[in-house]
Ligand binder design. Sequence first.
Ligand code: PGA
Length: 251
Amino acid sequence: MRQAYIAGNWKMYKTAAEAAAVAGALASALASETGTKVMLAPPFTALHAVRDALKGSRILLGAQNACAELEGAHTGEISLRMLRDAGVTVVILGHSERRHVYGESDELVNRKVRLALAEGFEAILCVGETLDERQSGVTEKVVEAQTRAGLESVSTTDLAKVTIAYEPVWAIGTGKNATPQDADSVHKFIRGVVGSVYSAAAAQAMTIQYGGSVKPENIRALMAMENVDGALVGGASLQAETFLPIVKYDR
Ligand code: PGA
């Protein structure tokens, strides 16, 4: 009985005013919702404005990344301490754009995950294979390695605060999404990895989101799969008109 969890990743889009406007619209439209867990991750510069726009709403405030250190000489980085101050409770870590465009290693992602959990945040750990990796048949090997490394030294207690987002890199922002069956089979595999590292109970409790060109048109079929517990949505989360039907996929 895993709670559905839909998260919006706004990436490098929206000024503070633009972000607050959409967040406010979502907050009022979702005021009476109870079932699905919802999170928005605006750019850092819009966090305060979005926090204010979400006041009194049940939408969680997320960040798209965080530094693996709490403070120090790290020009251009944002600390979890600053994120907490801005009202953030969830951090997305290891997004493929961080891994592939900005060179984040499994080891760095793991340090971020451990620090975020130690600091009391929830984390969304992203994993996923590139097109080359899928075509060479190493999807499972890649997501297993990323899952194991990302969760290295994470306790069973802390694992309860981790969501895994399976995002095949070839499906992100491309309009090509994995079929619900493809997604489900990788999710089932990831659940098995969590089961072998932790326990069957921990694997059953693990929320696994799918990400990569999730749209109002495909969310229902994805959510109908046994192992798909939610979605991490990029492009379609930028406007209330496209994000709301995704959040309300069961209506
Ligand atoms: P997309 O992005 O929905 O635009 O494909 C998903 C993500 O990168 O989290």
